[in-house]
Design a protein around this ligand. Structure first.
Ligand SMILES: [Fe+2]
Ligand SMILES: [Fe+2]
Length: 239
């Protein structure tokens, strides 16, 4: 398999998948001569953040959501593994792609269209909040839940409670969710897309994809994982 890195040519990236080709086209790599440019050359010429684009291109497309598994009956650690791999992976990939797309639209028309700059800023807030939320879960909350599960299985090694980190994680969700709603409201009122209509439409489509995935993601956490973790903790405290 061809090894892809920052020195690879745009044509090599385009040939890896239709998804990759579409993103590069929407970022302006749409002429024949772009194929022979390295990624670094293309980014320098286009004013694109090269390391962000490389990350976006190298992050694999996640598998479809598996709705056949009954997560109420699976071990909590397996559910956490699934959420991190499938949903957190998707959020991170999607945020990179969205940032690149809105940067492109804003760099082209942002000085002329005030509303585009406002959308750009609103998206930056959503992006930071979602990233912080993922880190809180992965570094604080999920390890505590794994500890609960381990304690329950082996009767040893559990320290602490999920109660406070759980409410902290909830706050992050509220902030990110509220800002995502505000962003959608702004976008609904904004019809003039300037000189990059295809890129702006792709931004909207990718944003819808993120929202759709977040519904499953948050439902798995709020309706299954967190209630099960709190119930388990309450049971353990009675022992
Ligand atoms: Fe999450
Ligand atoms: Fe979450």
């Amino acid at each position: 398999m061809l090894r892809i890195n920052a020195s690879s040519r745009i044509g090599d990236f385009i040939d890896t998948s239709a998804d990759t080709a579409r993103l590069l086209t929407m970022l302006g790599a749409n002429r024949k001569e772009h194929r022979s440019q390295t990624l670094g050359e293309f980014c320098a010429e286009s004013g694109i953040d090269g390391s962000m684009l490389l990350d976006a291109l190298l992050t694999p497309q996640p598998s479809p959501i598996d709705q056949t598994i009954n997560w109420s009956a699976e071990p909590l650690s397996r559910l956490i593994d699934y959420i991190v791999a499938r949903h957190h992976g998707f959020v991170r990939r999607q945020l990179l792609r969205l940032q690149l797309l809105i940067d492109r639209v804003c760099n082209t028309d942002g000085n002329r269209l005030f509303e585009l700059r406002a959308i750009h800023e609103a998206f930056a807030r959503v992006r930071i909040e979602l990233q912080e939320h993922l880190v809180t879960e992965e570094e604080v909350l999920f390890p505590l839940i794994r500890g609960l599960q381990h304690y329950s299985d082996h009767r040893g090694g559990f320290m602490g409670t999920v109660d406070r980190p759980l409410s902290q994680a909830g706050q992050h969700v509220d902030e990110a969710g509220a800002n995502l709603s505000r962003l959608r409201a702004r976008i609904a009122d904004f019809t003039s897309v300037g000189s990059e209509p295809g890129t702006y439409q792709t931004f909207l489509a990718e944003l819808s994809g993120l929202e759709e995935d977040l519904k499953y993601h948050f439902a798995l956490e709020n309706d299954v994982l967190f209630p099960r973790a709190l119930k388990l903790e309450q049971e353990l405290m009675k022992v």
